[in-house]
Design a protein around this ligand. Structure first.
Ligand SMILES: *Cc1c(COP(=O)(O)O)cnc(C)c1O
Length: 394
């Protein structure tokens, strides 16, 4: 029989992970339950010893959570996925499951703000060393390698500057050194970028963003390429405890059914908006992987199936003008987060990347005047009009 893994991406989005149940449910229902009863003392013992397959306790395993995990593992082409309570819980689970005190990690400097803080300020307390480099130049990764480098953590396109890193080259550099490569694929979703195809070992996503897509869930996931690592990761997640719950799993799994359609529209809308902004007299520069002016435009076309829904740009009159814009746009909502059907605008230096500190921001080219857009699936013309309402007030 044909496995769901043999079908097209569009079909996988709708069907992957859905479990057959005794009632013939068309979607996997919400098993809103913390614990599962055993048929007998012997049955309970067999489940705990792993002799028999079954559910024990939701922190360990739950059918609704498992349906979501299977769907994402299949969409990314990985062996297994572990759903977590947030994207940060996913990154923490990955790092804590993989690294020991004395190990070293190399991370992209243009990275989600709290990821920077987690590695730089929190994991360092547990003896894990780190170096942050501009991974869009692969030589920087090579030069940062140390004998104890165990993990390279890349976000591409990076947040919020949208620099693109070469996954194939960085995977080769990492593996030649005996290190593993992890990629934060949140900005792309499995629709627009498949890091496993380029030799990546682990993928993390914030499910909060494109995968759920509706700004009503916080969640995350770690995807493993190799089945052999699954038991160790599952035990770690069970011990750290940062699991997602059944209701949020259900919502994300529902969101994934329209993921391909949504990503197509995010890309179409963002392309039009990026082109509009690039021509605007108030705009100093626009960074969007779909514009030939993007410094890694060619690499993006090679490695990504589309440029995505995220745009960053700087106004000629800097942050003051940015504040006028953010306070006067229409339809666009002033909020952090991204990847939902609704369009959002925010200011990284005072919001998402504030905790990084000015020095690290400057190092990563996150200027004080940089404005970040998460382009939704509304009408593109109306989104442009909504921006124009703010830009004309400057
Ligand atoms: C939001 C985000 C995260 C963290 O996810 P949470 O669900 O907010 O914990 C990590 N990486 C990227 C690229 C993100 O956008």
């Amino acid at each position: 029989m044909k496995s769901i893994r043999d079908y097209s991406f569009d079909t996988k989005c709708v069907h992957a992970g859905t479990k057959e149940d005794q009632y013939g449910s068309v979607v996997t229902p919400i098993y809103q339950v913390s614990t599962f009863k055993f048929k007998s003392a012997a049955h309970g013992a067999r489940l705990f010893s792993g002799e028999e397959d079954g559910y024990i306790y939701t922190r360990m395993r739950n059918p609704t959570i498992e349906a979501l995990e299977d769907s994402i593992a299949i969409l990314e082409g990985g062996a297994k996925a572990l759903a977590c309570s947030s994207g940060m819980a996913a990154s923490h689970t990955l790092i804590a499951a993989l690294l020991n005190a004395g190990d070293h990690v190399i991370c992209s400097e243009s990275v989600y703000g709290p990821t920077f803080t987690l590695i730089q300020n929190v994991m360092s307390r547990f003896g894990i060393e780190s170096t942050f480099v501009d991974t869009s130049d692969s030589d920087n990764v090579k030069n940062a390698l140390k004998p104890n480098t165990k993990l390279v953590f890349v976000e591409t396109p990076g947040n919020p500057t949208l620099v693109i890193s070469d996954l194939q080259v960085i995977a080769d550099i990492s593996h030649n050194h005996g290190a593993k490569l992890a990629v934060d694929n949140t900005f792309m979703s499995p629709v627009l970028q498949n890091p496993f195809k380029f030799g990546t070992d682990y993928i993390v996503h914030s499910l909060t963003k494109f995968l759920n897509g509706h700004a009503d869930v916080v969640g995350g996931v770690v995807v493993l390429k190799e089945q052999s690592e699954y038991e160790g990761f599952r035990k770690s997640l069970n011990q750290f405890g940062g699991v997602i719950d059944p209701f949020n799993s259900f919502l994300v799994h529902r969101g994934i059914k329209t993921l391909k359609l949504r990503m197509e529209r995010h890309c179409q809308n963002a392309q039009k908006i990026a082109e509009y902004l690039e021509k605007h007299t108030e705009v100093e520069w626009v960074r969007y992987p779909g514009l030939p002016s993007h410094p890694q435009y060619e690499l993006g076309k090679k490695q990504m199936y589309g440029p995505g829904g995220m745009i960053s740009f700087e106004l000629k009159k800097g942050l003051v003008a940015g504040k006028i814009l953010m306070d006067n746009v229409q339809i666009w909502q002033l909020a952090v987060s991204l990847g939902g059907v609704e369009s959002l605008i925010q200011h990284p230096a005072s919001m998402t990347h504030a905790t990084m500190g000015k020095d690290a921001r400057e190092q990563a080219n996150i200027t004080d005047g940089l404005v970040r857009l998460s382009v939704g699936i509304e009408d593109a013309g109306e989104l442009i009009q909504g921006l124009e309402e703010g830009l004309k007030k400057i």
